[in-house]
Design a binder for this molecule. Structure first.
Ligand SMILES: C[S@@+](CC[C@H](N)C(=O)[O-])C[C@H]1O[C@@H](n2cnc3c(N)ncnc32)[C@H](O)[C@@H]1O
Length: 257
């Protein structure tokens, strides 16, 4: 049994917060962590990203505008958290009567509650659900975005398979997430991410563990060449990555054939 857990821990690619040796434990741990930091999440996000978060959300939404502008397009913002990526998408949704709603999914009730407050007056349907078990039909969506959420899934291959399942043929994914850059930028990034960020984040949120998990999860997240391989292996085509801000973040895009 111990051996099986050790093998699962080492072989499966997915988030593993400290102490979580199984996928189930990892998911529970991640959900509790986001519930705990939800009251301070927005403040810390803007502060620790030095305001870049907003720019990254907007840039992602702008690059997906061709789908967003279609009134009938079914759109899902996965791991929506407190909803800022979802709202960035709404800038490009037509406001004519009859346009399809945007779905916003997250499994942390505390994060989603804050998102729901921001969604008032917008055509957004918030759903509390796990990204690995979406309560959505096969072949039903035209676009799935996820900002800084995919990295937290307990199993990336299963996450990609689930996205593939619910997308229609021709549907697209846009996964925005952190990246650990190489070279001199990488060294500066490491210094900031591993020393400054956990201290400031831990102090303001009161959850030091959560802000130690953040750099650890980025380190564990596959680098772009590997992630693109995984996206292609899940069946997507035209997979590519665009680095943002010296490669400290970036957008994965791909299409279901
Ligand atoms: C770093 S936050 C990002 C929130 C938002 N997208 C943003 O850009 O600010 C990650 C979010 O992913 C959610 N999440 C992590 N794993 C999930 C899963 N398996 N299913 C659904 N939501 C998940 C967390 O609850 C959290 O709200």
């Amino acid at each position: 049994m111990a051996e099986r857990i050790r093998i699962e821990h080492e072989l499966s690619t997915g988030a593993r917060p400290e102490g979580a040796t199984t996928e189930q434990a990892a998911a529970i741990n991640v959900r509790k962590m986001f519930d705990s930091i939800a009251p301070r999440y927005d403040l810390l996000n803007h502060l620790l990203s030095m305001g870049l978060d907003r720019w990254w959300w907007n840039r992602t939404a702008r690059s997906l505008r061709a789908v967003l502008e279609r009134p009938e397009a079914s759109v899902l913002d996965l791991c929506c958290g407190t909803g800022d990526m979802t709202l960035a998408l709404m800038q490009y949704r037509p406001t004519s009567a009859g346009e399809a709603p945007v779905f916003a999914v997250d499994f942390s009730p505390e994060m989603l509650a804050r998102g729901k407050e921001k969604f008032a007056g917008h055509n957004i349907v918030a759903i509390e659900a796990d990204a690995l078990h979406l309560p959505l039909e096969n072949d039903s969506l035209d676009l799935i975005t996820s900002a800084f959420g995919f990295r937290n899934l307990a199993n990336y291959d299963e996450g990609l398979a689930e996205l593939y399942r619910v997308l229609r043929s021709g549907g697209q994914i846009g996964i925005l997430d952190c990246n650990q850059p190489e070279g001199i930028v990488g060294s500066l990034y490491n210094l900031y991410f591993k020393s400054v960020l956990p201290r400031v984040g831990g102090f303001i949120s009161g959850d030091a563990n959560a802000y130690r998990y953040l750099p650890a999860s980025v380190e564990r997240f596959p680098r772009p060449p590997r992630m693109l391989e995984m996206i292609r292996a899940a069946g997507f085509r035209d997979a590519h990555w665009t680095g943002y801000t010296f490669g400290t973040a970036g957008l994965y895009r791909a299409t279901k054939p």
